[in-house]
Design a protein around this ligand. Structure first.
Ligand code: UDP
Length: 491
């Protein structure tokens, strides 16, 4: 290798097919590319095809986008048909050979592309990725786009099973405090445990695989990267520090990306990764009074039945506040013709108090001065976006980490209300009124404090900013080390 050759690190990202995972990974990739790293971003084939159809790939001309085969056959509907556990069980046999092939091809320098310096994988793919990466002696960073409190909880499943807290049986002892997770003794009840613990028997193959093969294996990675920040989850992050070699907390990544890459155009546009945003809602918001609007969005995955949709619809209308509601084309489940439900909802809000869109520029909406409350499913990206924008939340969690996130929102950070496991119009109406009226002043104190911390952490000198710099330095030194190793072997 010639001395003159530039030694630019080449980072390979491997994402699972889910917007809530791909989006923060793309933000991190963008930040590393901004630091002059080469980036290869690997998606499953069907996601790659969708990115091609939304022209998103064109926003990242510096990236190399590659694919691995789909886990779910093309002819099978994707939304809500496969549990996370089943999906993960099916990934191993697909990912291992595909990743091997990709690493063989990335081993050699090709044109401007350096050999792979490291892999940043979605942490729930850990066992497959770490096994293959070890064969190729490529360091792995496990990236988790969920809260530290949730990751910490996952590490305690064996104990939770022993104590009888898992499986969480719907309607049975849901208020019982969970006492076996250090640091969460006075915080979490059974109903607040992650939604994937709501299974029929403790020895569920999907859950066992998720915990043993995907979570407990993560400390074999060189380090853990989490989309959270020290000011928000300090105690949970230090607990995890005893389990991992190294942790980089770099959240909120969308804030860090906005702070570090102001000159790039991709940050905002990458919100429309899978669906096209309806920007008309911004001009609608412009016409609404300050802090008067309830923004309603349940993320990119969960679906609602007709009954639940109607309860939300009535609750919102009865609150008397204007609302902006995101209803994705696949949001309504269990109905042969979802357009009928949409018709019912539209008829309910005929006085123009509400606007429904199929996909919104969520970060921009939350930052809009007309938005006063966020009714959310407590997905981790949505939670961080709300924290960063300083908007109090009403939480209606459904799956995965959402149940524990909503508990932290309501009882630890005190920046919202949790309507977990209820879905009736009167609760919705009461909670909206409460956050808009009697509880507003009190809750805005903590909302503003945490918002301030979120903004400080992404500025120069802030913890997430500094951790990103450390991550960049560490990957640089890996790249030098890897080159020196290769060159020593050759001589
Ligand atoms: N989102 C968006 N427009 C919408 C609804 C959601 O851009 O109309 C984005 C939102 O900003 C967030 C992501 O979709 O970044 C959802 O991620 P989250 O982790 O909150 O939930 P998930 O989709 O994984 O359930």
């Amino acid at each position: 290798m010639s001395q003159a050759e530039p030694q630019v690190p080449h980072v390979v990202f491997l994402a699972i097919p889910g917007l809530g995972h791909i989006k923060p990974m793309l933000k991190l990739a963008e930040l590393l590319s901004h630091a002059s790293f080469q980036v290869t971003f690997i998606n499953m084939q069907h996601i790659h095809d969708r990115l091609l159809s939304t022209d998103l790939l064109a926003l990242y001309p510096e990236f190399q986008f590659l694919t691995i085969p789909d886990v779910v056959p093309r002819d099978r509907p994707r939304s809500g048909t496969m549990s996370l556990g089943d999906f993960l069980l099916a990934t191993g046999p697909v990912i291992k050979p595909a990743l091997r092939q990709l690493l063989i091809s990335l081993r050699k320098k090709k044109g401007r592309w350096q050999p792979a310096t490291c892999i940043i994988e979605d942490g729930i793919l850990s066992s497959s990725v770490i096994d293959v990466a070890e064969e190729f002696q490529v360091p792995v960073f496990a990236f988790r786009p969920s809260s530290a409190c949730c990751i910490w909880t996952y590490f305690h499943v064996p104990k939770l099973v022993e104590e009888g807290d898992v499986p969480v049986v719907q309607d049975k002892d849901m208020d019982k405090p969970v006492t076996c997770i250090p640091g969460l003794e006075n915080v979490v009840r059974r109903q607040d445990l992650p939604g994937n613990f709501r299974i029929e028997r403790a020895h569920d193959p999907g859950l066992e695989f998720f915990i043993n093969d995907q979570t407990l294996v993560m400390p074999r990675a060189f380090a853990l990267i989490i989309n959270t920040f020290d000011g928000l989850e300090g105690p949970m992050i230090s607990k995890l520090g005893a389990v991992f070699n190294k942790i980089y907390t770099v959240g909120p990544l969308h804030g860090l990306s906005n702070a570090c890459t102001k000159d790039l155009t991709t940050s905002a546009s990458s919100n429309s990764i899978l669906w096209k945003e309806d920007r008309g809602c911004i001009s609608w918001l412009d016409s609404q009074p300050s802090r008067s609007v309830v923004f309603v969005s349940f993320g990119s995955v969960i679906g609602l039945t007709r009954d639940k949709m109607l309860e939300f619809g009535h609750g919102l209308v009865n609150s008397g506040y204007p609302f902006l509601w995101v209803i994705r084309p696949d949001s309504i489940t269990g109905e042969p013709d979802p357009s009928l439900i949409l018709g019912e909802l539209k008829a309910m809000i005929e006085d123009n108090k509400g606007l429904m869109v199929s996909w919104a520029p969520q970060e921009e909406v939350l930052a809009h001065p007309a938005v006063g409350v966020f009714l959310t499913h407590s997905g981790w990206n949505s939670t961080l976006e709300s924290v960063y924008a300083g908007v109090p939340m009403i939480c209606w969690p459904a799956i995965g980490d959402q149940q524990i996130n909503s508990r932290f929102v309501s009882d630890v950070w005190k920046i919202g209300l949790d309507m977990k496991d209820t879905c009736d119009r009167s609760t919705i109406e009461k909670m909206v009124r409460s956050l808009m009226e009697d509880k507003r002043e009190e809750i805005m104190k903590s909302v503003n404090e945490i918002k301030k911390l979120a903004h400080e952490t992404v500025k120069e000198g802030g913890s997430s900013f500094s951790n990103l710099e450390k991550l960049i330095d560490d990957i640089w030194s890996m790249s030098h080390f890897a080159r020196k190793e290769r060159s020593d072997r050759r001589h």
